[in-house]
Ligand binder design. Structure first.
Ligand code: GMT
Length: 387
């Protein structure tokens, strides 16, 4: 007698998602995964310290649990990790969750593991999925102050996913990993990211027919936005252009000063954090992402979905998204002159840029949310069957 247990695909799951609620890529992906799963009927519980930036709409299947923590004069730093673990334990037990899915290893994989162990002492067994996003592996996670904890927590998760093949390879290269890692790529929701008509925006930003370049990020050093500005300086000398810098972060004051010193402050618009990025991508001719480190490059994919070709570095997982000579061009990290050359070539050739725009959209379609979400569902179900 062989007993085969199959979790019915129609059965909805209760999933707890732990993430950073900010505009950072991991928080965006976590929120989009949750909202996508909620639309398919699953019940989603977000557990974090602030309402996730992309969680803007009410959905009867989505719940948000805020971690507030406890202030006490002894604490110079509020022990957020402990407060998050306690909240997670509480939500798992009270809401009878089926799965914990944490995004960004630090400290979420560790918190997921501790919460899992705590609820096990109360008779509740729940699988833990950890999604690795980028700097949790390539930068922060390798620092001695985090390394052993990150390695341990990855090995103790019941399933681990990485957002690109490159990130998977980096994880094996830098950590002693004794388990499999599944690549589940970042994805795009074409209901939101698509070419839309925003002619009046273009007129307002580029009244003299200038070309428009765009960059979105969290303005950290790793994004090399100074290279964006240097490249833009060269581009603008050949093809009159405007540069939209969307987002905010620690590098912004330096970059504002740099653009003033280069006499480009009229041409470079620092737009800060924007909710509707797709409306700005709609008027961009090119998107530029010269990062030093980029596990995937979700920002580039969002631009591609809006039919914007990409000028990028060849860092990390970017070549898995932007295809050289097809959807854009790639150059070695720091080669802003080469990037400017590629951009000028495209901007001066209307037929070529048209072709690249169409290619960008076609490539982006392979990362359609509808293809990627079932991979997470299948993973969750396989863990529930294995329990
Ligand atoms: O590290 C960051 O820049 C933010 C980070 C995050 O986890 O918030 O972004 C990473 O995750 C995104 C979503 O998976 C990826 O698309 C980004 O490439 C990745 N960033 C880096 O690797 C630098």
């Amino acid at each position: 007698f062989v007993c085969s247990i199959v979790i019915d695909k129609r059965i909805n799951m209760k999933i707890g998602i732990v993430c950073y609620p900010t505009f950072g890529g991991s928080g965006v992906v976590a929120t989009e995964v949750g909202m996508g799963l909620a639309k398919k009927g699953h019940q989603i519980h977000f557990i974090t310290y602030k309402r996730p930036a992309r969680l803007t709409h009410f959905d009867t299947n989505v719940f948000y649990h805020e971690v507030s923590g406890y202030d006490y004069p002894l604490f110079e730093f509020k022990p957020y990790d402990t407060a998050l673990t306690s909240k997670l334990v509480d939500v798992i037990l009270r809401e009878e969750l089926d799965i914990i899915h944490v995004h960004y290893a630090i400290p979420h994989a560790t918190i997921g593991y501790i919460a899992q162990q705590i609820v096990a002492t109360k008779g509740k067994h729940i699988p833990l999925v950890t999604t690795l996003h980028g700097t949790d592996i390539t930068l922060v996670g390798q620092d001695r102050s985090f390394f052993p904890v990150v390695e341990f927590s990855i090995n103790r998760s019941n399933a681990v996913t990485a957002v690109s093949q490159h990130l998977k390879d980096e994880t094996f290269k830098h950590f002693n990993i004794d388990r499999d890692i599944k690549v589940i790529y970042n994805f795009i929701d074409f209901n939101r990211f698509k070419k839309i008509e925003k002619g009046h925006f273009r007129k307002a930003i580029a009244p003299n027919g200038e070309k428009i370049l765009a960059h979105t990020s969290n303005f950290r050093k790793v994004k090399r936005i100074d290279d964006v500005i240097r490249a833009f300086d060269l581009i603008d000398r050949k093809v009159s252009s405007k540069l939209l810098l969307i987002g905010d972060g620690p590098e912004r004051p330096l970059l504002e000063e740099m653009s003033r010193k280069l006499g480009l402050d009229e041409k470079i618009l620092f737009l800060g954090k924007q909710g509707a990025v797709e409306e700005l991508l709609a008027i961009a001719d090119l998107f530029i992402i010269p990062s030093e480190n980029e596990s995937f490059g979700l920002a580039a994919l969002e631009a591609m979905a809006c039919e914007v070709p990409i000028i990028s570095s060849n860092a990390g997982g970017i070549p898995e998204v932007n295809i050289q000579g097809v959807t854009g061009f790639l150059r070695p990290i720091g080669d802003f002159e080469g990037m400017a050359e590629d951009a000028i070539k495209l901007l001066q050739d209307p037929e070529l840029i048209k072709q690249f725009s169409a290619n960008a959209k076609e490539r982006a379609l392979t990362f359609n949310l509808d293809n990627i979400l079932p991979q997470y569902e299948e993973l969750y179900r396989s863990l529930l069957v294995a329990q």
